[in-house]
Design a protein around this ligand. Structure first.
Ligand code: GDP
Ligand code: MG
Length: 202
């Protein structure tokens, strides 16, 4: 049952600001309480070429990130600083390299039903200014495209979370060796996924 839908995996990185703000425990708690199972964890200081690799596992990422930022400016009725999505995305990548190499980060792999989607939901939207209340980004940080772009730095939003299952599979391979992913059973999984919920009553 290794490809059962309850075994979907996703990568989360607690970015340097999350570590510095002492939010490691708080962030882990949110995913853990949702019922996801942590199957890998490590603290590292990534170097520039590694961060570049991480953000370009999806060759379309630059364009998508650029389009998202441009759309957010336009939605607010403001002229975006760069109008070409690829150019905007490239600029974001350079600022991200500085951000992500500035200190230790914590990389985690979570497993469970719809892991990619539910982690993104609880993490909240990219721009903390507009991330929903109740999400991690919405509750614990307040950065915006305007403030970060004005200063030529990446949006500080505490967390990276894979955007799709394809992205997750590639990113997990990049961050973890196969033998660093731990296969084990959590008792709570019986309550979350077992067909009959038998074994509760004595
Ligand atoms: P995510 O999947 O929600 O993390 O968002 P993306 O994959 O689109 O972007 C990766 C990261 O780059 C974000 O989490 C932000 O830290 C940063 N970022 C993305 N777009 C912009 C932007 O337009 N301006 C700035 N300053 N940072 C950005
Ligand atoms: Mg992304």
């Amino acid at each position: 049952m290794n490809n059962h839908p309850s075994k979907e995996r996703t990568l989360v990185i607690i970015k340097p600001d999350g570590v510095q703000r002492s939010l490691i425990g708080e962030i882990i708690k949110r995913y853990e309480k949702m019922g996801l199972k942590m199957i890998a964890i490590k603290m590292v200081v990534p170097d520039a070429s590694f961060v570049r690799k991480h953000y370009t596992v999806d060759p379309e990422w630059q364009k998508k990130a650029g389009e998202k930022a441009i759309a957010s400016y336009q939605k607010k009725g403001i002229e975006p600083p760069l109008k070409n999505p690829i150019e905007a995305g490239n600029r974001v990548l350079e600022t991200l390299i500085k951000y992500m190499t500035s200190g230790p980060v914590v990389a985690l792999v979570w497993q469970g039903a719809h892991a990619v989607e539910v982690v993104r939901k609880v993490t909240g939207g990219t721009e903390p200014r507009t991330s929903d209340v109740g999400t991690i980004r919405g509750d614990f940080v307040l950065d915006s495209y305007i403030v970060s772009d004005t200063d030529g730095r990446a949006v500080r939003n505490l967390i990276h979370a894979s955007g799709s299952t394809e992205e997750a599979n590639k990113e997990i391979k990049l961050w973890f060796k196969e033998n660093e992913l731990v296969n084990y059973r959590l008792i709570a999984e019986q309550i979350l996924y077992d067909v009959n919920l038998d074994g509760i009553l004595e």
